[in-house]
Ligand binder design. Structure first.
Ligand code: ADP
Ligand code: MG
Length: 208
């Protein structure tokens, strides 16, 4: 991943969030407070503006870090600070001028750790971690297997989408949905769904 791919990823992510805002809103209305779509849309609109203002020689990690800082400062709700920390930590861990798949997987693993440290969620708690963790694991396997970035990102997107779908039967143990207890069962987690959108956007930006 280089600066251009990072910019392409974040722009594709912003487009996906805008396109899927109604779906994210509906999922969050079912087990939360219905603001996840609007929260992320506001955040990614601000990210687009922040990217346009970046100096052209910004290193790849700096692009992701700026996006993370922007999300933290513009998104209310749990997901903004969590995604923001993930992007900031991932950006700080990426080597310049370009990161290979092994570097990217390691940086995203660090970003996932930041989410888990901040939010305390583990896989199975019905949160964004349930899509994020399998996506990072798929990237790690793809790096080991010597896949191209396009193939690796496609595998990560599939793993994230599967992880999001697999939140349906889970009972939420973190975040607002956990207040519902057993009534959270039977619904897909909104944050896991948006995480899958973000990994699908990466796959598209990488040419998959
Ligand atoms: P809020 O819950 O404050 O309204 P959002 O609706 O924007 O914030 O985001 C909700 C999503 O955030 C959830 O679907 C879940 O995936 C994620 N989330 C909430 N709390 C946590 C946590 N402690 N750890 C990881 N993810 C979390
Ligand atoms: Mg919400």
């Amino acid at each position: 991943m280089d600066t251009d791919l990072a910019l392409g990823w974040l722009r594709a992510a912003a487009a996906a969030v805008e396109q899927h805002e109604p779906e994210l809103t509906a999922l969050d209305a079912a087990i939360g407070d219905g603001d996840h779509g609007a929260n992320l849309r506001r955040g990614f609109t601000a990210v687009l503006a922040a990217l346009d203002a970046l100096p052209p020689d910004t290193p790849v990690g700096g692009v992701l870090s700026r996006a993370g800082t922007t999300l933290i400062s513009t998104v209310g709700g749990a997901a903004g600070p969590l995604y923001g920390s993930a992007l900031r930590t991932t950006g700080a861990a990426l080597p310049a001028p370009a990161a290979d798949i092994t570097d990217l997987a390691a940086a995203l693993r660090a970003g996932l750790s930041a989410v888990q440290k901040l939010g305390g969620a583990v896989p199975g708690d019905k949160t964004m971690v349930d899509a994020f963790e399998p996506a990072v694991a798929a990237l790690e396997r793809a790096a080991f297997d010597g896949f191209s970035l396009r193939e690796a990102a496609a595998l990560a997107a599939e793993a994230a989408e599967r992880g999001a779908r697999d939140t349906v039967p889970l009972e939420a143990r973190k975040g607002r949905a956990s207040y519902l207890g057993p009534r959270s069962v039977g619904h897909q987690d909104p944050g896991a769904t948006s995480t899958a959108l973000l990994f699908r956007a990466l796959a598209r930006a990488a040419g998959a």
